[in-house]
Design a protein around this ligand. Sequence first.
Ligand code: BGP
Length: 476
Amino acid sequence: MFSKNFLWGGAVAANQLEGAYLEDGKGLCIADVISGGSVDQPRQLDGKIVEGHSYPSHEAIDFYHRYPEDLKLMAEMGLKCFRTSIAWSRIYPTGLEEEPNEAGLAFYDRLFDECLKYGMEPVVTLSHFEMPLELMQKYKGWQDRAVINHFERYARTCFKRYGKKVRYWMTFNEINNQADYLYAPNVYKNSGFLPDETEDRERTMYQCAHYELVASALAVKAGHELAPGAKIGCMIAFSPMYPATSAPEDSLAVEKSMQQRFYFGEVHVRGIYPPSMLALFERKNFQLDMTEEDKEILKAGRVDYVGFSYYSSGSFRWNGEDMYYEYVRGTEKVKNPFLEANPWGWEIDPVGLRWSLNWLTDHYHLPLFIVENGIGAYDKMEADGSVKDTYRIDYHREHIRQMKLAVEEDGVDLMGYTPWGIIDLVSASTGEMDKRYGMIYVDKNNAGEGTLARSRKQSFYWYKKVIETNGEELDG
Ligand code: BGP
């Protein structure tokens, strides 16, 4: 049984749905300069607006103007909470100002008030791939310690202004994605730097991540002071890493990989770096800028819960060459013969969610919050306007079944579940509109055509029933 206060909800992020990218004083953010792509055409990390390129965040689904209608639909579904992010560059347009932009602040007041009107708790991420562009240009993203102060100022402003309206917060979305440091888009979205071939991307990533972790801890500390009663979490992109075979080397490679992908959680939760990571920094002679004061801050700003996204799992084998069994350099991802994948190659693994809930509980001993889960798919609207997304219902049903087992059988303390992209929005990895997650359909395609009209998919009615019965009735 899920607790009676279980937070059934839906999740989105400012840059993927708001649009209005320069309205009411908003400055450009790093998401505003990533061009559109598709399943086989990668997005370009332009780093500035390039003539002739299209940028999906600029209009997105125009939530900035349509949020009353959208929240009304979500309330009709029965959502108990609504996860979104605050666009940092609406509050501090360049990130450098001393005073916030009142028009930006006022927008989120209206948005949160509208949520509360329906009894939906806002669940707010402070930074979801949305660093102000100017900070990225001036400091090369999180490469400079100076960004910590700018972030702290922004976080304090948010806690002060919304502390009475917002109880659930998270600092950095999927902070650990940058562990895939060879994949430039992750590094850019997390750390705001555009890696080039000349730099030691790995060391730079660890340095940026450290500054972000310190900034996160300062925000947690400030939030506890300024918004009493607030629950402030971290947000980890979680996916189990399975050894591809029973070869001990594969298991070791996976263990080492998990250390490198998920140490971020350890720092957020315990306020210390695990020995495996300190050893790695030492062996590589990274000499990171990590002061005694930073270490104190990390301890003082420990999170209250662990938020995480879960989409799929991965299977890995040791590449047979790297004697350190490192993630990225020493492992190779292979197809899991037991799982099916969506058209973007994301393998569907509901049991892996129960595995994850167990792993996270074993490691962190804190309440957990599944703040993203879902399946990206090509939906088809029928002539009568309906969308029969039975595959989406199947996906969520099987994941909720596993959540229930984790709660009932495994003792997991689970706060809530917010399916990703509850309303169709721009895909973070490909920039597409046609990769849809929503239970609410938005009439817009990859080419930017459509009326932006909203409508209910079959999954809308199914999820409404799930919420009404607190997860007891899953068969629809
Ligand atoms: C997570 C991000 C989200 C979101 C989701 C789905 O990584 O936190 O912003 O977009 O993944 O990914 P995509 O949009 O690439 O399908």
